[in-house]
Design a protein around this ligand. Structure first.
Ligand code: ATP
Length: 342
């Protein structure tokens, strides 16, 4: 990217600084993380760099849980969900003492630069670390929520969306056979995009998400009109962070208010994180992995690699962390139109 304005000599001088990079996955796992690890490893090796896999996120960094990665070590992992490097949440890294230990381990292993694959918490950790230490970090967004500012896309979202759609299609079969209303809860403590998109893809009758103030009325419209008039089944998608407190609580209230309805709840839970990554997740992870190595070689630090309009962008960590990724209002409007026409 930024090499466009440099002479080849300037570029190769810069490129000599880094000889060994570390790569790790952190926070919640997301399908496609392995494809990113593979791309980072292979791109780095193509640039004649050595690569070290840091296992178990920041905790493994503190403990020096490192493995050398060769090209063959990342063969056959592209299609696997989860992360071969494992992931963890580390309380110790939140302390200055923990970060000092991590720094000493990185120095001891002669790691010059690091690629972190995770969510905004993982990028916050990298930013805090970089305020005290001189090892550059570049991030790749990996989270099924797709809620990070500065990128249209995070690794894992597409696979999770397809997993939810497949599960809800099955629930619909039984809902229709029995004339039941199912409240289906999907992941998203603070972000409703997964619930909103899957609800649209499944033709849900109502969608309840943290970003909308209209949840109660859209549900009531469906219960009062959509359901009663049609005397049929229904799917209500609920993001786990929805303000009323999740699918269980909402269903309980609906049972009280409408004792005549046959109300069921299905919480999809951790199946949403697993499974073989979709082609889209594999491709996005690969693009971002290659771009992360390029960015480090171009002397970039404390940035996240993003995809905007299918093009690689660099987003400073402090923006990616602090600014809100607003939900696609068009999707909310589309859902309202469809409900109004019931
Ligand atoms: P997900 O979106 O799946 O939750 P995440 O990357 O946001 O992924 P977090 O658990 O929030 O996951 O963060 C991952 C790790 O980053 C934490 O366990 C911690 O070690 C480190 N981290 C997060 N915030 C900070 C911070 N303020 N200071 C130092 N380290 C931090």
């Amino acid at each position: 990217m930024s090499t466009d304005n440099m002479t080849n000599q300037e570029s190769s001088t810069k490129r000599k600084k880094i000889q060994k990079i570390g790569v790790f996955t952190s926070g919640g796992d997301a399908p496609g993380m392995n494809a990113a690890v593979r791309a980072v490893t292979r791109a780095a090796i193509a640039h004649k760099l050595k690569v070290v896999g840091i296992r178990r996120g920041y905790q493994g960094m503190i403990e020096g849980d490192f493995i050398n990665l060769k090209s063959t070590d990342v063969s056959g992992i592209m299609h696997q969900g989860g992360t071969i490097l494992k992931t963890a949440r580390s309380k110790e890294f939140r302390t200055p003492e923990g970060r000092e230990k991590a720094y000493q381990q990185l120095k001891k292993a002669e790691i010059d630069a690091v690629v972190v694959i995770g969510g905004d918490g993982s990028f916050t950790g990298a930013l805090v670390f970089s305020q005290d230490y001189d090892i550059p970090f570049v991030g790749i967004p990996g989270t099924i929520d797709n809620d990070i500012y500065g990128t249209d896309y995070t690794i894992g979202y597409d696979t999770a969306l397809n997993t939810v759609v497949e599960a809800v299609d099955k629930i619909k079969d039984t809902a229709r056979s029995h004339g039941r209303i199912f409240f289906v809860e999907v992941m998203g403590r603070e972000a409703g995009l997964l619930a909103l998109s899957s609800g649209i893809a499944c033709g849900a009758e109502a969608i309840l998400i943290p970003e909308s103030s209209d949840n109660g009325s859209s549900l009531n419209r469906f219960l009062a009109k959509g359901y009663k008039d049609k005397e049929t089944s229904g799917i209500v998608m609920v993001a786990e962070g929805e303000e009323a407190g999740g699918a269980m609580k909402i269903a309980e209230q609906v049972r009280k208010d409408h004792p005549d309805l046959d109300v069921r709840v299905s919480i999809l839970g951790h199946i949403q994180r697993g499974g073989n990554p979709s082609a889209q997740d594999r491709i996005a992870a690969t693009k971002m992995g290659v771009a992360a190595v390029d960015a480090l070689l171009d002397d970039q630090k404390s940035i996240m690699i993003g995809l905007m309009n299918n093009k690689i962008v660099h987003v400073p960590f402090n923006k990616a962390i602090k600014l809100n990724h607003s939900i696609d209002e068009d999707l909310i409007d589309i859902q309202k139109v469809l409900l109004t026409n019931q």
